[in-house]
Design a protein. Structure first.
Length: 234
């Protein structure tokens, strides 16, 4: 009523005789517009819920993001974190790691057979040596700074078989084993940071006896979905 009073310069209880033909047409059009707007919003919510339901029924669940990694020992993680807390904005989202399969999306029904393949695959590989040799960079491809990890036949084979087990993902880059310690840096930041780190020693050696399937939470952090121990006796 207050809106009508403002529209027709009248008190809240106005005289209907003041309504002109133009005013009546305006009110009808406004009412129709409001109704159509409500219908569109309802239709959007109905179709969104329907699409979500159909997606769940046809694909076996909601898509989530997964990845496969190796977590190094605490000592190497501590060393990596001493740099990551300054140079890696993902520091709080995931511990230092070596990626074996980049993030990919899958439903619960899709990930179950994948985990079975990973368990079978892990039995075919014995624990292997993870050796870091130096601090390097992917510049000019991107401004990522990392601990370089030496390639081994076991590591390369594990990487290739894991990615072949879930082949929907295209491999954007060739496999360069590494543990990221800095990323999302501007060109100037990268130049300064890498210039100060590249001559530091980063020699470390340890044995890897497991790898992990992770999934991403709503807040962007990653947590372990399942762990796979290497070796037939695992």
């Amino acid at each position: 009523m207050d809106l009508l009073a403002t529209r027709f310069n009248a008190s809240p209880i106005f005289d209907v005789s003041q309504l002109t033909l133009e005013s009546v047409v305006f009110l009808k059009q406004r009412k129709l517009g409001i109704i159509k707007n409500i219908q569109k919003k309802l239709q959007f919510f109905i179709w969104s819920d329907l699409e979500l339901s159909l997606n769940y029924l046809t694909t076996g669940g909601i898509y989530m993001k997964y990845g496969v990694v190796v977590f190094p020992s605490k000592s190497l993680q501590d060393l990596a974190n001493s740099y990551r807390k300054r140079y890696d904005p993902h520091y709080s989202l995931i511990p230092p790691h070596m990626t074996l399969k980049n993030p990919f999306e899958a439903t619960e029904s899709e990930i179950k057979p994948f985990t079975e393949k990973l368990h079978a695959l892990a039995k075919n590989y014995e624990p292997f040596t993870l050796q870091t040799t130096k601090i390097s960079s992917f510049k000019p491809v991107n401004n990522v700074i990392y601990f370089k990890v030496s390639s081994t036949p076991e590591l390369d084979g594990l990487y290739n078989e894991i990615n072949q087990s879930f082949s929907e993902q295209n491999l954007e880059y060739s496999f360069v084993p590494h543990i990221t310690i800095g990323q999302k840096l501007s060109d100037d930041e990268h130049s300064d940071v890498y210039g100060s780190l590249r001559m530091l020693k980063a020699e470390h050696e340890e044995t890897v006896d497991r790898f992990h399937l992770l999934y991403q939470l709503e807040n962007g952090s990653w947590t372990v979905y399942e762990t796979f121990r290497l070796g037939k006796e695992a």
